[in-house]
Design a protein around this ligand. Structure first.
Ligand code: ATP
Ligand code: MG
Length: 405
């Protein structure tokens, strides 16, 4: 298309959440969003990215624009509501007719008869025709040109050709949905307890969508849980980073701690105590990394360790807020989200996590604080938490330079 007409450029129109912008510092929001977008498409060429009229306009500055891939990558950047690949040219009626005829030809190629309508928005009042005139004239031209392939339908047509007349004219027909939310980095940093299950990656996605930078911590109990289990969690972090950007992934070698707990904690309290230990280690790590919250994939009543009492016994050992975005979600809703973000297939791979290997057979479902404290009485908790520092290894997961699939 760009080659066939002089001065017709491809670009991406990116819509950002207008309502969100009202309550926030708009300048910071946009600057952060553009920074995140740039990082995500850095390896695809040079781009100019500009904001005006609650839109972001992206032009390629290099030879091979790869706009499809750019749109695909950007659609997972939080803060973007939708993206339309568009054509841009000088506001001139004859050029508009030629461009739209040609544009329609590409879209109609190979397809049978399609219904369509035109939607015109004229912001530039110097353009000599009204929106209505442009739509009806242009519609008539298309019908004359493609009588066997097009028919007009005002309600729910197959194709809507959008024409926006501003300082330049923009033509597009496709709108790719984004994931909305706030740009990552607007809401500080959160430490996600990431296991190999379905829930915790979704929890991370949800908090990243509210603008949190995500770090992930996984408690690994090798050889009781396998190398594959660890690889799986790392892969989940990698999928998450399509949305959350760079993720510091921490692995805690949890085996000695787990064995000591098995040895010294009453069987029916094992899960609760294990979770309290994980929380304490996660909090220590969070403070070192300047994270302001701990995030888990817990949901009320899902299992014995997720009753209100059990959650209270884990909350109470930390002084940071614990965010549980799935707390009120039905498992089916979580699964739907996991499918949407692409973590589900990895999550259901059948590798045990520590919670299935070292699990209480008959856990106390409504443990009191006193139960928890008694269960820990034979453990030197401070020593365990202190020593955990030596057991953590950290890896940076950065998808910015990998393809989106
Ligand atoms: P998920 O599907 O995320 O594993 P789950 O429903 O299996 O959750 P649990 O195994 O009880 O629930 O774990 C509850 C939460 O505790 C998880 O969502 C996760 O945030 C955290 N968690 C559990 N096991 C680990 C682990 N080995 N490392 C890090 N976090 C963990
Ligand atoms: Mg789990």
């Amino acid at each position: 298309m760009t080659d066939r007409f002089n001065n017709v450029r491809e670009l991406l129109l990116v819509r950002i959440g207008e309502i969100t912008l009202k309550g926030l510092n708009r300048g910071r929001f946009v600057a952060r969003l553009i920074g995140n977008m740039r990082r995500r498409i850095k390896d695809l060429g040079e781009f100019s990215i500009e904001q005006s009229h609650s839109r972001i306009w992206i032009h390629s500055l290099s030879g091979n624009p790869l706009m499809k891939e750019v749109a695909k990558r950007l659609s997972s950047v939080f803060g973007i509501v939708s993206i339309s690949p568009a054509l841009e040219f000088e506001p001139d009626w004859e050029t508009l007719v030629r461009v739209v005829e040609d544009y329609a030809k590409d879209i109609l190629a190979g397809a049978g008869k399609r219904t369509f309508k035109l939607e015109t928005r004229r912001v530039n009042k110097e353009f000599p025709m009204s929106s209505y005139e442009v739509s009806s004239e242009l519609g008539a031209r298309l019908l004359t040109k493609y009588p066997d392939q097009l028919s007009v339908q005002m309600v729910d047509p197959d194709i809507i050709f959008h024409v926006e007349i501003r300082d330049m004219i923009y033509v597009y027909h496709e709108t790719i949905s984004g994931h909305a939310g706030l740009p990552v980095g607007m809401s500080g940093r959160g430490m996600l307890l990431l296991s190999g299950g379905i829930d915790s990656p979704v929890a991370g996605y949800m908090m990243a969508s509210r603008g949190m930078i995500i770090e992930a911590v996984y408690f690994h109990t090798f050889p009781y849980t396998s190398q594959q289990a660890l690889d799986k969690v790392e892969n989940l972090a990698r999928i998450l980073s399509r949305y959350a950007g760079r993720i510091a992934f921490h692995v805690v070698d949890f085996t000695d701690i787990q064995l000591e707990l098995n040895d010294k904690v009453p069987e029916d309290m094992l899960t609760v105590v294990m979770r309290r230990v994980m929380m304490r280690i996660a909090e220590k790590l969070a403070r070192e990394r300047n994270a302001k919250a701990i995030i888990t994939g817990e949901s009320l009543g899902q299992v014995a360790s997720q009753t209100a009492e059990a959650l209270m016994t884990t909350d109470i050992v930390v002084d940071l807020p614990v965010f549980r975005p799935l707390i009120g979600l039905d498992k089916n809703d979580t699964v739907t989200l996991a499918r949407k973000i692409g973590t589900f297939e990895t999550s259901i791979l059948p590798y045990d996590d520590c919670c299935t290997v070292f699990v209480s057979k008959h856990p106390k479902t409504h443990p009191s604080l006193l139960d928890a404290e008694r269960a820990e009485s034979r453990i030197d908790m401070d020593a365990i938490i202190e020593a955990s520092k030596e057991k953590i290894s950290t890896k940076l997961i950065d998808l910015s330079f990998e393809k989106s699939d």
